[in-house]
Design a protein around this ligand. Sequence first.
Ligand code: NDP
Length: 330
Amino acid sequence: AMLYPEPAMQAIQILTTGAADVLTLADLPMPTPGPGEALIRIEASGVNFIDTYFREGRYPAKLPYTLGQEAAGTIVSVASDVTTFQPGDRVAWCLIPGTYAQLAVAPAARLVAIPNGVTTQQAAAAILQGMTADYLLRAAYPVQSGDEVLIHAGAGGTGLLFIQLAKALGARVITTVSTEEKATLARAAGADEIIFYTQEDFAAKVKILTGNKGLPVVYDSVGKTTFEQSLQCLRPRGVMVLFGGSSGAVPPFDLIRLSTMGSLFITRPTLKDYIATRADLETRANDVFDAIANGTLRLRVEHVYPLADAAQAHRDLESRRTTGKILLIP
Ligand code: NDP
């Protein structure tokens, strides 16, 4: 007997939160687009650190939950009220859960068209992390040409894009990595200074590199293990941009310390709020696509896994074995 009356598709779901082995390959009914939505056949789905937060239960998810927040593919069908896209269009999107799958529905208002000059795989590899680097460098703290900036985890998916865009804006980039291999990648992306933060006191090194002045901004996505030293890297009135917690969450913080450490600023931004309007989404996506098409942004898709191996992708990401972008191919 057929499990479903309609054709089925494969997706990676969690039925319970936990370590990577909670990821299971499931046969699900084909989704149907509701009002304002499109059905898309996914060509590549991006793996992002945030997926591990949902899998672990650090961020709440209604179970069973299909993981994944980033993909690109070709539109299969659209609801009758959708006029902006049509079947056959190549599109990318992010922050809509359910992309570890062969097919997904997403609101047409959240899709961006992939221009000629950018492959569908490149779009899947860059839309989330590229727009992240874009808003952090242009809006969360607008980097000026000549600014010295610290970017942690410079050989990661976000890190390699971050370094390249920061260089394109004229910044001097100091970055941290854990291995020689990662240092080579970060240097190739344009980093001016590399610090092995698992081996040396990076705040002390930053003081030396800046002639004791400190930095106007630190972009910290590692969190728990780096946050305190990152604060010490800032000059008076400097800005801490805390945008993730790859090593764990930063504990509660006493605001009076901002005063005693030199009238510092802290922001804890998230991409959703910087692409909330259609105009912002299009501007940021086009920044990223233009940078790919004109060669400013070189992508390193280093790790490509079949959809069924999503658990291995998570293990590799969490154990710091990956560099650059990780994709799942359904
Ligand atoms: P990465 O590819 O950067 O992988 C994480 C990297 O963090 C590792 O490769 C590792 O690099 C470093 N790291 C340091 N300590 C640890 C640890 N204890 N465990 C695991 N990794 C560690 O992932 P992404 O590019 O997907 O994401 C990077 C960060 O950016 C995440 O924290 C994510 O949540 C955040 N983010 C935030 C967004 C926002 O809008 N706020 C949007 C997108 C991403 P190394 O070995 O060199 O130390």
